[in-house]
Design a protein around this ligand. Structure first.
Ligand SMILES: NC(=O)c1ccc[n+]([C@@H]2O[C@H](COP(=O)([O-])OP(=O)(O)OC[C@H]3O[C@@H](n4cnc5c(N)ncnc54)[C@H](O)[C@@H]3O)[C@@H](O)[C@H]2O)c1
Ligand SMILES: O=P(O)(O)OC[C@H](O)CO
Length: 424
């Protein structure tokens, strides 16, 4: 007879970040912690980068006679009082079990699962602030779309966050325009989670089940239960999840994210999922430019085709140990995210306006996004810095073209010739 394990502790969640996507993911998770009380503590902590926010005049909460509306208020107080993030996710009611917390160390201190969800330019500072102040056996999921480029090379944020904090971090990415998910319009996402086997004699319950759709990463096997090797060959100390907690296997991870309107596919390819999310933002800029030139859908499709080829090549070339081509061609984090981002994402829309109006994209970002941040522009520079360091710019002509256009060396009109293979 199968025995049912009883666990004396529940997982506690903290979403690190509260922008457009951070707040949406907090909503998704808070709905699921309510429905899975055997696994998860109902309360979801959400760290908010505190700022003073004026309730907009078109908000349903706006009342000219109310003291709340007479002057700017702390964003955390507005979120906890109105159960809405009026600045970054307006008009979407949030579950009351989300607690907005401006103190990062307080927000993360009890979390067994940390969801990193903020623009990638801010994550290093956040990691410095919480290093040594989290549960040492916590697990993480990075929802950040970007790559961590430094003088040491190009890393995934899942790896760089994991290395800095000494924890295992997986990745969530997909064709996921936050506003649509917040309105509970159906979509898919991909969650990559493949923690090391802590002890080869007694696999921990969270180890990826054999026979999972994408197998397990054998190079992450740990023989003494205290160190593991990341996909880029770095060793890292990792603690096993204490047995009092429910296992964090694919089934329980899926329960944290899957909703009727947000369908999750669990995989093990953290590199492919992370790179798909980061690199499509660069491609979406090119798609916006050709659309802004009035070149139509065929031109946009050409950019997407080359984009998928280049992101696949990037994965195969620089993350060859773990990255799977199929992630780019079969998963939401690959081809589907390329399509949605090149159709209605912020990078696409701002790039399109910048061409139509003849203005720098930074000016459009500032004017249109009310504090939200584009990721494609900085990622294009970071990817180029890395490619240049490897002397591989010519092998990625679309990524290089986007960088050169942003840098003023080339024009959007040059894209067809820039991405044409030299010998054809
Ligand atoms: N918005 C989407 O549709 C979407 C969908 C999927 C993935 N993503 C990815 O999710 C990540 C987070 O994006 P988002 O849309 O939630 O953010 P956003 O674009 O809404 O960014 C604004 C956030 O940045 C915060 N911020 C501003 N200055 C800061 C500072 N100095 N330190 C820390 N935080 C600061 C703001 O408080 C706010 O929470 C990005 O990598 C993005 O690519 C976004
Ligand atoms: O609005 P963007 O361009 O940041 O893209 C949003 C999401 O990443 C789409 O999946």
């Amino acid at each position: 007879m199968a025995s049912l394990a009883v666990h004396s502790k529940k997982h506690k969640m903290c979403v690190v970040g509260s922008g457009n996507w951070g707040t949406t993911i907090a909503k998704v998770i808070a709905e699921n912690t309510r429905e899975n009380k055997d696994l998860f503590d109902e309360e979801v902590q959400m760290w908010v980068y505190e700022e003073e926010v004026q309730i907009p005049k078109d908000s349903k909460h706006y009342d000219p006679g109310s003291s709340l509306c007479s002057k700017p208020q702390k964003l955390t107080q507005l979120i906890n009082g109105l159960h809405e993030n009026v600045k970054y996710l307006p008009n979407i009611p949030l579950p009351e079990n989300i607690v907005a917390n401006p103190e990062i160390t307080d927000a993360v201190k009890d979390a067994t699962i940390l969801i990193f969800n903020l623009p990638h330019q801010f994550i290093n500072k956040v990691c410095e602030n919480i290093k040594g102040k989290i549960l040492p056996f916590a697990r993480g999921i990075s929802c950040i779309k970007g790559v961590a480029v430094s003088d040491k090379g190009c890393d995934l944020f899942s790896d760089s966050i994991g290395q800095k904090l000494g924890i295992y971090v997986g990745a969530l990415s997909g064709a996921n325009i936050a506003n649509e998910i917040a309105l509970e319009k159906w979509c898919e996402t991909t969650v990559a989670y493949d923690p090391p086997v802590m002890d080869s004699r007694q696999p921990t319950p969270e180890a990826t089940p054999s026979g999972s759709p994408h197998g397990s990463s054998a190079n992450l096997k740990d023989l003494n239960g205290t160190t593991a090797t990341t996909p880029k060959g770095k060793t890292q100390k990792l603690l096993a999840l204490p047995a009092e907690y429910p296992p964090l296997n694919h089934s329980n991870m899926k329960k944290l994210f899957h909703r009727p309107y947000f369908h999750v596919r669990m995989v093990t390819d953290v590199a492919g999922v992370s790179l798909g999310g980061a690199l499509k933002n660069v491609v979406a800029l090119a798609a916006g430019w050709v659309d802004g030139l009035g070149w139509g859908d065929n031109a946009k499709a050409a950019v997407m085709r080359v984009g998928i080829l280049e992101e696949t090549k990037f994965g195969r070339t620089f993350f060859s140990e773990t990255c799977r081509t199929e992630t780019f061609t079969e998963e939401s984090a690959g081809v589907a995210d390329m399509i949605t981002s090149c159709s209605g994402g912020r990078n696409f829309r701002c790039a399109k306006m910048s061409v139509k109006e003849g203005k720098p994209i930074e000016e459009i970002e500032e004017r249109e996004l009310n504090g939200q941040k584009l990721q494609g522009t900085s990622t294009a520079y970071e990817v180029n810095e890395f490619l240049r360091s490897q002397n591989r710019e010519k092998d990625f002509p679309l990524f290089t073209a986007v960088y050169e256009i942003l840098d003023g060396k080339k024009k959007p009109q040059d894209i067809p010739s820039l991405i044409e293979p030299a010998n054809e």
